[in-house]
Write a protein that binds this ligand. Structure first.
Ligand code: FAD
Length: 369
């Protein structure tokens, strides 16, 4: 029977980063996924690297550290082709929307975040295809933001973990159950038999709560669906993430645009299984065309629902699974922004025994009565 130092279950953006970091730290790692790595939520994510609406301050700081960890990772991997920095632009409706945006930019700048207002002329020079409504004299610019080709980075991380650091990657191998003894997980049961690892890290995204139930571990993670539409290549260039009232858009890794927005997510959720995705995607496309000339005349080539892992209090869950000495869990919304950081911090904890004070507010035992 094979024996590993660390088994990482779930190879989305969170698990793939953890595999890379633990293998790089010298552990003998088994990386295992029920399907294809990156085909879960991470493959259907807007993947905006940001900390623009992350409250309270401790969670904001965690996301800012997540953004820096991505810059470190991009340097470490060399030209990975997956990281796209360049900032994001946002404007709001007149009235309450604009007041909220002004207050937010001021608060973020006060926290040291790259947040400022720039003239509409400067914003138009950065993104010539954007069309701002008449009331918009200034546009918010968040200069350190970016976006990620998450499936591309997952492939890159797993390949580097395997080729440079000896990790073993198993695809299409669902973990069916655990063999637990006292406060230890002794084995992982898959269709191919049992695997033994000294430490186990669970990164199964929206499946977390159901996956851990047999261990009687209270890790409350809900499921929050969202719709994204991908278009054919636009008629004008778009270089960065844009948030306008009723629509957000960015370049897609395949050359088109990626579109989404919260109120259309809600329509998709309330319609459930009978949601008409092409109809909802057409709403996104029509709204994109109102703010970006390049979106007019393009077609929707794909529309997909992704399911956000949503911890009960909205914030990251990172640390030892309550009741188990050798098992950890990572489950989070904003996992694209946070994946590189969480992977690195949890590797330090599992492999080196070093626990980061940054994770103190985000431990799983906060849910234990
Ligand atoms: C519409 C939408 C927009 C979003 N926008 C952003 C954004 O702009 N910025 C941002 O930072 N975040 C965003 N998010 C959130 C972010 O995408 C997620 O937090 C992140 O992708 C979660 O990654 P993960 O690795 O935890 O989960 P996943 O990517 O779902 O990976 C979990 C993996 O676990 C595997 N698995 C499950 N069960 C088992 C099992 N029994 N055995 C083995 N493997 C198993 C699955 O096959 C899957 O590959 C968005 C999400 C959605 C849906």
């Amino acid at each position: 029977m094979s024996h590993y130092d660390v088994a990482v279950i779930g190879l989305g953006i969170v698990g793939a980063n953890a595999v890379y970091a633990t293998a790089r730290a010298g552990a003998r790692v088994l990386a295992i996924d029920a399907g294809l790595p990156g085909a879960g939520t991470s493959g259907t994510s807007f993947a905006w690297l940001n900390s623009v609406r992350k409250e309270p301050e401790a969670y904001h700081r965690l996301n800012v550290a997540g953004m820096s960890a991505h810059r470190d990772l991009a340097r470490d991997l060399g030209d990975d082709g997956a990281h796209h920095f360049g900032g994001s632009l946002e404007w709001a409706d007149a009235g309450d929307g604009e007041r909220e945006l002004r207050a937010r930019v001021e608060r973020l700048a006060g926290w040291g975040y790259a947040a400022e207002f720039i003239s509409r002329e400067r914003a138009a020079a950065m993104e010539p295809g954007l069309e701002f409504p008449g009331h918009v004299r200034e546009v918010a610019f968040f200069g350190a933001d970016g976006w990620l080709d998450a499936p591309g980075l997952i492939r890159r991380l797993l390949s580097a973990a395997a080729s440079k650091h000896g990790a073993e990657v198993r695809e299409r191998a669902p973990v069916r159950s655990f063999r637990a003894c006292g406060d230890r997980i002794e084995g992982l049961v898959t269709d191919g038999g049992e695997t033994v690892a000294e430490s186990v890290l669970v990164c199964v995204g929206p499946a977390t709560q159901a996956f851990l139930e047999p261990l009687r571990a209270m890790v409350p993670v809900g499921r929050a669906p969202g719709l994204l539409a991908v278009t054919s290549p636009p008629g004008a260039k778009l270089d960065r993430v844009v948030h306008a009232p009723g629509i957000h858009l960015r370049p897609d890794a395949g050359g088109g645009l990626l579109l989404g927005t919260e109120d259309v997510d809600k329509l998709a959720v309330s319609a459930g299984a009978s949601a008409n995705l092409p109809e909802l995607a057409a709403i996104l496309l029509e709204r994109a065309g109102r703010v970006f000339s390049g979106a007019r005349g393009v077609k929707v080539v794909d529309s997909r629902i992704g399911v956000r892992p949503m911890p009960a209090d909205g914030h990251t869950i990172a640390g030892r699974i309550p009741g188990y000495a050798n098992a950890w869990v990572l489950a989070t919304h904003s996992g694209v922004t946070l994946g590189a950081l969480l992977g690195r911090l949890i590797a330090d904890e599992i492999v080196r025994g070093a626990s980061s004070p940054m994770l103190a507010p985000f431990r799983p035992d906060r849910f234990v009565a």
